[in-house]
Design a protein around this ligand. Structure first.
Ligand code: CAA
Length: 379
């Protein structure tokens, strides 16, 4: 028996900004954003979407195609987010309700910055190993918010990745080869009273690079054992910065080309924190040509800081496990002018008042409709 990823899907809101336009308005050379940082388009979150509704939209792409037997075998929802909507109640239990899953299910929210989704995934691999007839829904959903006119603004973004973990999976099996590391560092954090992140930008990149370098050495496998590597991509150039540490003149061009494929979707979306590394994986699955039994390495990094490096072995029919139409979703977004983006950004100032959402910028299946008596109402 093998255990791994049976299905994957992605959701991001339907509005976005062109970062060349943002650069012009901010008085910055657009090449800094598109080449120096490596981002082209950034998803914008309308007020009718939050981490829970985005997660529901991503998961629904998979679940809408599954029969009762498959749905009833889902034994847990692991919802990873650092943009949770409640300090007590987990987004996972709300997801269970929105997605109409059975009640005899475990639901939990996980947080460790951008690493939370990976903890969910690895825990799900372990759970299904012990319970091969069960499945786990892992959803990683986030809104990356640094603030208008900050250095981090160009690295914002949002979206959700949903994955089903099962035995005898369709996409890839876990190789049970993880190496990991945690250390209490202040490179990026968001105090409970703040809706935007605090970050030491240069230091955060150094920590990322150091963690990758250390784990790569500990992992101690030849790079050519892998057909591709999915990196956590807070911005697309971060993957190059980490990988360049272990490349040489002979293999640099080949691996830069491979990285371009992994970065395709992130460049068009921005950072989605804990889902970001799995958006890179989706980009590889959809845009690279992968042989059965080839290995893809995954480097997950969450500030604060925690990282894990592991690999998955690709199955022959892996394309059958990809749900939703990510290319269509990305190509059909509406680009907003910068003034409209700024006003939407500033409108996310929930303060406990009752509020009805408009859906001027949103046609997604699941939306946040209303805040009433301090409760979020979805439909
Ligand atoms: N043409 C081409 N390139 C240009 C340029 C131009 N005209 N002008 C500048 N550049 C290049 C710079 O040389 C630099 O490249 P290198 O990093 O390769 O040297 C790059 O553009 C960025 O320039 P700066 O370093 O001057 O940019 P900055 O100080 O304004 O901020 C940033 C960049 C630190 C990434 C900032 O956007 C930020 O703080 N982002 C959030 C933090 C982050 O993403 N950290 C990543 C690691 S932490 C993590 O991974 C967890 C997570 O998700 C947050």
């Amino acid at each position: 028996m093998t255990v791994g990823i049976d299905a994957i899907s992605f959701f991001t809101p339907e509005v976005a900004i062109d970062l060349v336009e943002l650069a012009k308005v901010r008085g910055v050379d657009p090449d800094k954003y598109t080449i120096g940082i490596g981002q082209v388009i950034q998803s914008v979150v309308p007020k009718s979407q939050d981490s829970v509704s985005m997660a529901a939209n991503a998961a629904n792409f998979i679940l809408a195609n599954k029969d009762e037997e498959y749905l009833n075998s889902i034994d847990g929802i692991y919802f990873a987010s650092e943009s949770g909507i409640d300090n007590s109640k987990s987004g996972a239990v709300i997801l269970k309700q929105i997605l109409n899953l059975k009640s005899n299910i475990r639901t939990i929210e996980l947080k460790q910055a951008c690493y939370g989704g990976t903890f969910g995934l690895i825990s799900a691999f372990n759970y299904v190993t012990l319970n091969p007839d069960k499945k786990i829904l892992v959803v990683a959903s986030d809104i990356a918010r640094y603030g208008l006119k900050t250095a981090g603004e160009v690295t914002q973004g949002a979206g959700a990745i949903a994955m089903i973990v099962s035995s005898n999976p369709t996409i890839a099996e876990y190789n049970f080869d993880s190496v990991y590391k945690s250390e209490d560092l202040m490179d990026f954090w968001r105090p409970i009273y703040s809706d935007t992140a605090f970050v030491d930008g240069k230091y955060s990149q150094d920590v990322y690079k150091e963690f990758f370098s250390e784990l790569w050495n500990k992992y101690n496998k030849p790079i050519d054992d892998f057909t591709s590597i999915a990196f956590h991509l807070p911005f697309s150039k971060m993957g190059n910065k980490a990988l360049d540490q272990v490349l040489n003149d002979d293999n640099k061009d080949k691996w830069h080309q491979k990285l371009e494929i992994a970065k395709m979707y992130s460049k068009q979306v921005g950072n989605l924190y804990t889902g970001s590394v799995y958006l890179a994986l989706l980009s590889i699955l959809e845009n690279a040509s992968l042989q059965a039994n080839s290995n893809v390495a995954i480097f997950s990094f969450g500030s604060g800081a925690e990282a894990e490096l592991f690999s998955i072995k690709i199955k022959a029919d892996y394309k059958n496990g990809i749900f939703g139409d990510t290319k269509n979703l990305l190509n059909n977004r509406r680009l907003l002018d910068i003034a409209t983006y700024e006003s939407i950004f500033l409108s996310h100032n929930f303060n406990g008042s009752n509020e009805l959402m408009t859906n001027e910028f949103d046609h997604a299946k699941f939306q946040l409709r209303e805040i009433k008596d301090n409760q979020r109402i979805y439909s």
